[in-house]
Design a protein around this ligand. Structure first.
Ligand code: DCP
Length: 219
C-alpha cells in the first residue's frame, strides 16, 4: 500500500493537563481512531540529552536544583516541542501530547513566579516563544484539557514512581493547576474539558460522547 500523503494541513489536537493527569494514556487511546497520527511528549529526550562525555538527565537536574537548571530544561523543552509541532502528520488528524504553549504559560511562568528562573532567563525564553509563534504555524485547532484536582495527580505521581518526580509538592501542583486553568480560559482556541479525576474508560467514554461537536472524525 503506498504511504499516505496529507492533502492539506491536518487537524491539530493538543492534549493538555497537569503532571500525571493521564495525557500519555489518552494520546494512546486516540490510536483507536482511524487515520490519526499521534505524538507523545519527548520526555525520553529530556532524560538523555547527548553530551560530549555521556548523556545528561535534564529532568533530574531540574528537580534536584531548579534555580540552576530551570532555564536549560525549559529551553530544551521548547526546542523538542517545536520539533513535534513541525513534524508532518501522515494522517488527516495530528494528536500531540502538550505543546510549546503550556510549556510557556504554565511551566515557565510557574518557575519564574516561584523565583526559580531569573528575569533575564524568562525574557530570553519569552523572546524565543514570541518568535516561534510569529514565524511558525504552531496553533492547535482543538485543545483537549484533562482537568484534575492537584490532590489526585499528587497521588498518581507518588504511585507511578518516576524517580526524578518524587520531590514534587502538592503546592507545586496547585500552582501549575491554577496556571493551566488561567491559560486554558484565555487560549483563544476551541477547548474540550474532560474530568480526568475519573477512571480512564470513563474519560474515553466522555470524549467519544462529546467529540462530534468538536469536528473529530468518526471512529
Ligand atoms: N515538565 C516541565 N516543564 C514542561 C513540561 C514538563 O517541568 N514544560 C515536567 C513535569 C514532569 C515531566 O516534565 O515532571 C513530564 O510532565 P508532563 O505533565 O508533561 O507529562 P506526564 O508524563 O506527567 O504526563 P501524563 O502522566 O499526564 O501522561
Amino acid at each position: 500500500m503506498p504511504p499516505k500523503v496529507p492533502m492539506s494541513r491536518p487537524m491539530v489536537v493538543c492534549i493538555e493537563g497537569n503532571i500525571a493527569s493521564g495525557k500519555t494514556t489518552f494520546v494512546n487511546s486516540f490510536k483507536k481512531l482511524a487515520d490519526v497520527h499521534t505524538f507523545e511528549e519527548p520526555v525520553k529526550e529530556w532524560r538523555s540529552v547527548p553530551g560530549v562525555s555521556g548523556s545528561h538527565n535534564l529532568l533530574q537536574l531540574l528537580y534536584s536544583d531548579p534555580k540552576r537548571w530551570s532555564f536549560a530544561f525549559q529551553h530544551y523543552v521548547q526546542l523538542t516541542m517545536l520539533k513535534v509541532h513541525e513534524c508532518p502528520a501522515n494522517a488527516p488528524m495530528k494528536v500531540m501530547e502538550r505543546s510549546i504553549h503550556s510549556a510557556r504559560h504554565c511551566f515557565v511562568e510557574n518557575l519564574f513566579r516561584s523565583g526559580n528562573m531569573t528575569s533575564a532567563e524568562y525574557a530570553v525564553l519569552d523572546e524565543w516563544y514570541k518568535w516561534i509563534r510569529e514565524n511558525r504555524n504552531v496553533n492547535p485547532d482543538v485543545i483537549v484539557y484533562l482537568r484534575t484536582c492537584p490532590e489526585t495527580v499528587h497521588n498518581r505521581i507518588k504511585s507511578r514512581g518516576r524517580p526524578e518526580e518524587q520531590s514534587i509538592s502538592l503546592n507545586y501542583l496547585k500552582s501549575l493547576h491554577e496556571l493551566h486553568e488561567a491559560w486554558i480560559a484565555n487560549s483563544g482556541c476551541q477547548v474540550m474539558t474532560l474530568d480526568a479525576n475519573l477512571a480512564v474508560p470513563e474519560v474515553e467514554k466522555r470524549f467519544l460522547d462529546a467529540k462530534d461537536s468538536y469536528g473529530f472524525p468518526s471512529v
